[in-house]
Design a protein around this ligand. Structure first.
Ligand SMILES: C[S@@+](CC[C@H](N)C(=O)[O-])C[C@H]1O[C@@H](n2cnc3c(N)ncnc32)[C@H](O)[C@@H]1O
Ligand code: SF4
Ligand code: SF4
Length: 434
C-alpha cells in the first residue's frame, strides 16, 4: 500500500487506553515539566522518582511480563543515509541503505502521528541530517506541533546552517565526537575536518550562548581509549560547555562496523586500559559533574559492557523508543523488532498493536542480539546492577541532586543526547540515548 492510500486514516483515535502507563506518564510529565524546568534543583530531585518507578517495574517484570508495555517517549528518525564523512566505524554514506532519504510528506505525517501519541522527543539524525534538504521545515513543523527536536550531527556544516535552524526552533544538538585534531581527521577519513567541527561549535556558542544545548557523543573505542584522549575531549567540553555523553563502540548495530580486522573493538586484554579511562572520567566528573552525562553508577559498568558484549544481561528499556530508517523502516530499536514501513503504513497504525506489545516484552527480556544501547538507563533501572556497581560510592542520586542544572536532562540517551535547555518543556521521564 502506498502512502497516499492511507491518508484517510489520519483521524483515527490513538489505540491507547486512558489508564495506560503511557498516558499516566505523559500526563505527569505535562503537569510537572513547566514547574520543574524553572527549578533545576527540583528537577534533579524529581528524576530519581522516575528512575525508581522504573526500577520497581523492571524488578517485578520477570514474574509479571505484562507489566512491560510499549511506552514510546522518543523517536529516532534517520532522515538520510547520506554522509559527508567516512568514519571507520560506520557504513552510512557508503554501503548501508545507499542514497535512501525520507521525503518531506513522509516525515510530516510521521511527526503529526508523534504529536497525536504524545511522542515528544524527536531525534533527527542519519547519516548526516544537515545534508537533508527539508531539514529546516522538518524542524519548523516540530516546533509548530510543540515537539522537541533534537539534532544529532557531525557538526561539519553547523556554522552554515545554525542561524536558520535556530529561527526554526532548534535548541538541542548532539555532535559525534571521534577524537581530537588529527586523530579525528584520521577516523573520519577526511583532511582538515576537525577544525570545521570546532568552528561550528564555537560559532553556535558565541552566537546563541547557552540557549542552544550542545553535547558531545564521544565514542569510546580502542583508538580513543587513552587518558590523553579523555583529557583533550574534556578540555573541548570545558571550553565550549558541551557535556560529554559516553557512547560505547557497537558490535551489533547494522550501520556500524568494528573496522578492518575489528581494530576498533576491545578484547579482554584491553580491560586495564578501559578501567583507567573510566577512572579518569569519574575523577573528572567529580570536579564538574555537569560535564559528564552518565551517572557514576553507569560509568562503573562500562568495562563489563565492553568486554562481556552480549553476555551482559541487563533488561532493555527500548520499549520507550521507536526507530525509523532512511528507507522508511519502523522498528522498536536500531537493531531489530521490525514493525512495518512508513511507505506502506502510517506510524499511527503500527503503534500499540499486539506485535508492538510483544516486541516491547521481547526487548525487555533480551530476546534480541542484546547490544549496549541505553546502557546507563538500563543499569540504573536494574536492581542487581545497582547493587553490583554501587559499592560504597556516594549515591548517584545524591550526586545528581547536588550537581548544577545541566548535569541531567530531565529525563531520556544513548547516550546520551543533549541536555534539555531551560524551558524546553522536555518530558521528565526521558533522557536521550545512542
Ligand atoms: C550514527 S551518528 C549519526 C549522526 C552524525 N552523522 C554523527 O556522526 O554524529 C549518531 C551517534 O552515533 C554514535 N556513534 C557513531 N559511531 C559509533 C560506533 N561505531 N559505535 C557506537 N556509537 C557510534 C555517535 O556518538 C553519534 O553521536
Ligand atoms: S558516524 Fe556520522 S559522520 Fe560518521 S560516517 Fe556515520 S553518519 Fe557519517
Ligand atoms: S538490547 Fe536488544 S532490544 Fe535493546 S536496543 Fe539492543 S538489540 Fe534492541
Amino acid at each position: 500500500m502506498f502512502h497516499g492510500m492511507i491518508l484517510g486514516r489520519r483521524g483515527r483515535a490513538p489505540a491507547v487506553c486512558a489508564g495506560s502507563p503511557m498516558r499516566i506518564r505523559a500526563k505527569l510529565s505535562r503537569i510537572m515539566a513547566p514547574v520543574l524546568n524553572g527549578f533545576p534543583v527540583l528537577r534533579a530531585l524529581a528524576r530519581p522518582i522516575f528512575v525508581y518507578t522504573d526500577l520497581v517495574r523492571h524488578t517485578v517484570a520477570p514474574l509479571l511480563p505484562q507489566i512491560i508495555q510499549p511506552d514510546p517517549t522518543e523517536i529516532y528518525v534517520t532522515l538520510t543515509a547520506n554522509c559527508n564523512l567516512r568514519c571507520v566505524g560506520c557504513r552510512y554514506g557508503r554501503d548501508f541503505m545507499p542514497g535512501a532519504q525520507l521525503s518531506w510528506p513522509v516525515v510530516r505525517d510521521l511527526l503529526d502521528d508523534c504529536q497525536k501519541f504524545g511522542i515528544k522527543n524527536i531525534r533527527l539524525y542519519g547519516g548526516e541530517p544537515l545534508l537533508h534538504r527539508d531539514l529546516l521545515r522538518i524542524v519548523e513543523h516540530c516546533s509548530h506541533l510543540g515537539l522537541h527536536s533534537w539534532l544529532s550531527t557531525n557538526g561539519i556544516l553547523l556554522k552554515d546552517k545554525i542561524d536558520d535552524l535556530y529561527r526554526a526552533g532548534l535548541r538541542r544538538i548532539s555532535i559525534g565526537y571521534y577524537g581530537t585534531g588529527d586523530a579525528y581527521n584520521a577516523y573520519v577519513q577526511r583532511t582538515d575536518r576537525y577544525h570545521q567541527l570546532e568552528a561550528g561549535v564555537a560559532y553556535t556558542r558565541e552566537r546563541f550562548g547557552m540557549d542552544v544545548s550542545m553535547t558531545l557523543g564521544w565514542v569510546l573505542m580502542r583508538p580513543t581509549c587513552s587518558i590523553e584522549e579523555v583529557r583533550s575531549t574534556w578540555r573541548f567540553a570545558e571550553k565550549y560547555r558541551t557535556p560529554i555523553g559516553v557512547s560505547l563502540i557497537h558490535y551489533s548495530l547494522p550501520y556500524f562496523t568494528e573496522g578492518p580486522d575489528r581494530e576498533l573493538q576491545f578484547t579482554p586484554e584491553d580491560r586495564p586500559a578501559i578501567e583507567s579511562v573510566v577512572a579518569e572520567i569519574i575523577r573528572l566528573k567529580s570536579i564538574r559533574p555537569e560535564l559528564i552525562q552518565q551517572s557514576v553508577l553507569a560509568l562503573r559498568s562500562i568495562p563489563d559492557w565492553l568486554i562481556k558484549g552480549p553476555d551482559m544481561k541487563v533488561p532493555c528499556d527500548r520499549y520507550r523508543l521507536i526507530w525509523i530508517g532512511a528507507d522508511g523502516t519502523v522498528q522498536l530499536c536500531y537493531v531489530t523488532f521490525k514493525l512495518g514501513n512508513l511507505h506502506e503504513t502510517r506510524l499511527a497504525d503500527l503503534l500499540f498493536t499486539s506485535e508492538h506489545r510483544k516486541a516491547s516484552r521481547d526487548a525487555f527480556a533480551l530476546r534480541c542480539p542484546n547490544c549496549h544501547c541505553s546502557y546507563h538507563n538500563r543499569i540504573e533501572r536494574h536492581l542487581a546492577s545497582r547493587i553490583r556497581y554501587h559499592n560504597g560510592i556516594e549515591s548517584d542520586d545524591q550526586r545528581e541532586a547536588s550537581a548544577p542544572s545541566q548535569s541531567h536532562p530531565s529525563p531520556t540517551e544513548e547516550p546520551v543526547g543533549p541536555v534539555f535547555p531551560k524551558n524546553s518543556g522536555a518530558s521528565l521521564s526521558e533522557r536521550p540515548g545512542s
